[in-house]
Design a binder for this molecule. Structure first.
Ligand SMILES: Cc1ncc(COP(=O)(O)O)c(C=O)c1O
Length: 453
């Protein structure tokens, strides 16, 4: 038997904090900018051994998978361990400080995505996959609940819905962009309850117009969930649209893709909706009373945070948000577009190279390029880049086989796939704030060398 109770824990907490006091921080505010970004990141000068035994500075172009850490993120984690304590039963000052920090961190996350705190709350999770699973486990209450997703999704935003509800998918066009006409057609035709779409693709880098999609979903009485894993390191995101119909209902992201390893992540969502569902994750932290025959549940965000929270992950996430915001998403985007243009043009100029997606109009792309070299397996291309120049790239289907196969012009059905020697795939170059034009030059000359062999 489950009952949800609304607990005014925050008010009590604030009261306690004014009594207990919290350790003060007197650090001067630091500024961040694109000019100095390279100095802010661990590992940019690391040496790696090539196949011939020589050592070179490693080049990381696999930022869509995970980003290296900001140095200040790590320092912040170490520093904040001084006040680390258990939250919940604890009554000590440190416990109070940590509790206060968690509430501030929730506010930081809400501010980060411009979410009105009257409407939204934020709960912590360990990554986007975890957040989407928690969300889908709560929102989908019947296997016939219809979810509209797309063929450009990462598995994290496909399998949790596919395995819980009745999920249908909008197709992409010949360039790999999401077909809004398909979204509209499917919304018209089926009683869709939820639309779940990525903000940006991890394969082509396309940024979806999620506010238009929100309007379309709301016009059909559906709610919209946005996978924010790839957008957060590259572009500012807002839950709020130009009109309330364009507001996003749920947004999920991981912090290891924004220079903050330590396993942080968050889900921002409509309080009213989160409070009217219960996720399939049970344990301490989400209940108020547990009697022999029934239990009472707390409201969101606690309801979604069974077990102990990941203190270091949340500290790291908050610091990364600060650094990215101070650096400025406009500057990040400007830098990235320069590198993207240079990389795409350079790759297209190499005989035998195919670049996937739209290579002309790139303003709606984050810094991701996928390509292949005729006659060379993508695994060999990736190995060649590592062995001869210390370049780390992504390879394969990037947790998005349906999309990658469509871009390759291949059928993605079980029958077609049976008996094939190896899974088709691509090479992916994904950019971070610290990558340089010189690194793109090394990439291009190395790809040329592989293509000419
Ligand atoms: C678009 C997209 N969504 C979700 C995920 C899953 O993220 P995580 O592994 O942090 O859960 C990824 C990971 O690459 C991604 O690119």
């Amino acid at each position: 038997m489950k009952r949800i109770v609304c607990v005014i824990a925050i008010g009590c907490l604030m009261l306690c904090l004014t009594e207990c006091g919290t350790p003060a921080s007197s650090k001067p505010e630091k500024e961040y900018s694109m000019e100095t970004m390279r100095e802010e990141v661990y590992g940019v000068d690391s040496l790696v051994k090539l196949a011939d035994g020589t050592e070179v500075t490693a080049i990381c172009f696999d930022n869509a998978a995970t980003t290296p850490a900001f140095k200040d993120v790590n320092e912040e984690v170490v520093e904040k361990l001084d006040t680390y304590a258990y939250v919940g039963q604890g009554k000590g000052q440190k416990s109070a400080a940590v509790t206060e920090f968690y509430e501030e961190a929730r506010q930081t996350v809400l501010d980060f995505v411009h979410a009105d705190p009257e409407l939204y709350t934020a709960f912590f999770c360990s990554n986007t996959t975890d957040g989407l699973n928690k969300l889908s486990s709560a929102l989908v209450t019947d296997e016939n609940d219809m979810v509209l997703s797309s063929r450009m999704e990462h598995y994290a935003n496909d399998l949790p819905w596919r395995n819980r509800g009745n999920t249908i998918y909008a197709e992409v066009d010949e360039n790999g962009r999401l077909r809004l006409d398909e979204m509209e057609r499917l919304l018209d035709k089926y009683p869709v309850k939820y639309v779940s779409i990525t903000a940006a693709s991890n394969v082509t880098g396309y940024v979806n117009d999620v506010h238009t999609l929100a309007r379309m979903a709301h016009e059909h009485d559906a709610l919209i969930i946005v996978d924010g894993a790839q957008i957060v390191p590259h572009r500012a995101f807002s839950m709020m649209g130009n009109t309330p119909e364009e507001n996003i209902d749920f947004f999920v992201f991981s912090s290891h893709k924004m220079y903050a390893p330590y396993g942080g992540g968050a889900v921002v969502g409509l309080k009213s909706e989160l409070d009217s569902h219960i996720p399939e994750f049970y344990g301490a932290g989400i209940v108020q009373e547990v009697y022999d025959e029934e239990e009472t549940y707390l409201s969101a965000p606690s309801l979604y945070e069974a077990g102990s929270l990941n203190y270091s992950g949340i500290v790291a996430m908050v610091k990364a948000i600060e650094i990215l915001e101070k650096t400025g998403y406009d500057s990040i985007q400007e830098h990235e577009q320069i590198l993207l243009r240079k990389a795409i043009d350079g790759l297209l100029a190499i005989d035998g190279v195919t670049v996937y997606g739209d290579t002309e109009n790139i303003s709606d792309k984050i810094g991701i390029i996928t390509f292949n070299i005729d006659g060379v397996n993508y695994t060999d291309v990736a190995s060649g880049l590592a062995d001869t120049a210390g370049i780390d790239v992504g390879k394969g289907t990037f947790g998005a086989q349906p999309y990658v196969f469509r871009l390759l012009g291949l059928p993605n059905t079980v029958e077609e796939e049976e008996g094939s020697a190896s899974t088709p795939g691509m090479v992916r170059v994904s950019l971070g704030v610290y990558n340089t034009e010189e690194e793109i030059d090394v990439l291009l000359s190395t790809v040329r060398g592989i293509a000419e062999q």
